[in-house]
Write a protein that binds this ligand. Structure first.
Ligand SMILES: CC(C)(COP(=O)([O-])OP(=O)([O-])OC[C@H]1O[C@@H](n2cnc3c(N)ncnc32)[C@H](O)[C@@H]1OP(=O)([O-])[O-])[C@@H](O)C(=O)NCCC(=O)NCCSC(=O)C[C@@](C)(O)CC(=O)[O-]
Length: 344
């Protein structure tokens, strides 16, 4: 039932050129920060994003705090955010232990809407990356995730899948796109409603993205990728071009991080994700309408940009979003002009 409603809305999104954005800043963005991050800061970031209209906001991870200390306290984050109806707050779950911790939290804190209705499971297209990220091989991870997914679906949660290193791997070089296809197909077959293809290291060029997508589309319907693809980290500055290439190839969901927050603790040298503001700007006035993620067809780009600046400054640096920087520079110029005019 949930599956068919979801499929209908994904097909609608695909056929009407609507683009869905999954805001991953509070999870993928913050997980790469040095040291621990106060729960209160994560809660405020998520609330601000929801107030700006984001409806898919990754809220954290139920992973080992020894592996990723920045995601400690995700249970408290889920309890403290001001839940908005129609907003999804997915959390990453790597194994049964993570799922069990989440289910216990949900049982102990029944609410309507529930604290979360979605998990994201993750693996990769190379054994070397999977070993570094999950301490197991791809096939071991898929076996684990099959039972996690079955259990989560039984409990009424929806499940999203991730495949990392779809173009290149920091440990083993160029990725075999056939492997990306096989892993994505397995995630769909086990019950994921969509699969996000992660260009984790940010080395990918548009033509490589196109080739990879054409390979994956041989086995996975583009509508299922359309709502899951994206996640172009921006190490070499090709992320927005890659997003546009993905759209040309039928993809309709983009993962992005406000302020360009991010990176991956197991991808040395990778910088932040593609900034939400940069994607929104690139799509403004294009045939692609962004909705179903940032609500409505008109998006307050300036509000999103302000959040990018606010969180970056809270972390002790400037926003790396090019659009965020341009908007701030324009505002500064306008203020200076106003001051000048008032003196005349
Ligand atoms: C999967 C494990 C736990 C295996 O790690 P392991 O060491 O093999 O696990 P283990 O089963 O041997 O357990 C070791 C310890 O961890 C505990 N443990 C075990 N599981 C959990 C859990 N769920 N939550 C909390 N604690 C847990 C377990 O209880 C035990 O505690 P101890 O006895 O030593 O005190 C570890 O490798 C891990 O946590 N990895 C997470 C890595 C991660 O979060 N990476 C970043 C997210 S992926 C990403 O960013 C890519 C993505 C999604 O964005 C897509 C892209 O762009 O590429």
């Amino acid at each position: 039932m949930l599956g068919s409603r979801l499929s209908r809305s994904l097909i609608r999104a695909y056929s009407t050129n609507r683009v869905r954005i999954v805001e991953v800043g509070p999870r993928d963005g913050l997980q790469n920060e040095k040291g621990s991050i106060p729960v209160s800061l994560k809660v405020e970031l998520i609330n601000r994003l929801a107030n700006a209209g984001a409806v898919n906001i990754e809220a954290g991870s139920f992973v080992s705090p020894k592996w990723v200390p920045q995601m400690a306290g995700t249970a408290d984050v889920l309890k403290q955010i001001k839940k908005k109806p129609n907003v999804h707050y997915p959390v990453l779950v790597p194994n049964q232990r993570g799922l069990q911790d989440l289910l216990t939290l949900l049982d102990e804190n029944p609410s309507s809407p529930p604290l979360t209705d979605e998990i994201a499971i993750f693996t990769a297209a190379t054994d070397a990356f999977t070993k570094a990220n999950l301490n197991c091989t791809i096939s071991e991870s898929l076996a684990r995730l099959t039972s996690v997914t079955r259990h989560a679906l039984d409990r009424g949660l929806r499940v999203r899948g991730y495949v990392s290193v779809v173009i290149a791997c920091p440990y083993s070089g160029k990725t075999d796109y056939k492997k990306v296809r096989e892993v994505a197909e397995e995630l769909i077959d086990m019950g994921c409603y969509e699969v996000s293809l992660g260009e984790t290291v940010g080395q990918g060029r548009p033509h490589e993205v196109a080739e990879m997508l054409e390979e994956v589309k041989k086995s996975v319907p583009v509508e299922r990728l359309a709502v899951s693809f994206g996640h172009f980290h921006d190490t070499y500055g090709t992320a927005v071009a890659n997003v546009l290439t993905a759209l040309e190839h039928g993809v309709r969901t983009i993962d992005s991080s406000v302020g360009g927050l991010g990176g991956c603790p197991y991808s040395p040298g990778a910088t932040g994700n593609v900034a939400t503001e940069d994607v929104l700007y690139a799509l403004q006035t294009s045939p692609h309408q962004v909705s179903g993620s940032y609500q409505g067809d008109t998006i307050d780009l300036e509000a999103v940009s302000e959040i990018g600046w606010w969180i970056s400054e809270a972390l002790g640096r400037e926003s790396v979003s090019r659009v965020g920087r341009a908007i701030r520079a324009r505002k500064k110029r306008e203020e200076e002009q106003k001051k000048l005019q008032s003196k005349l």
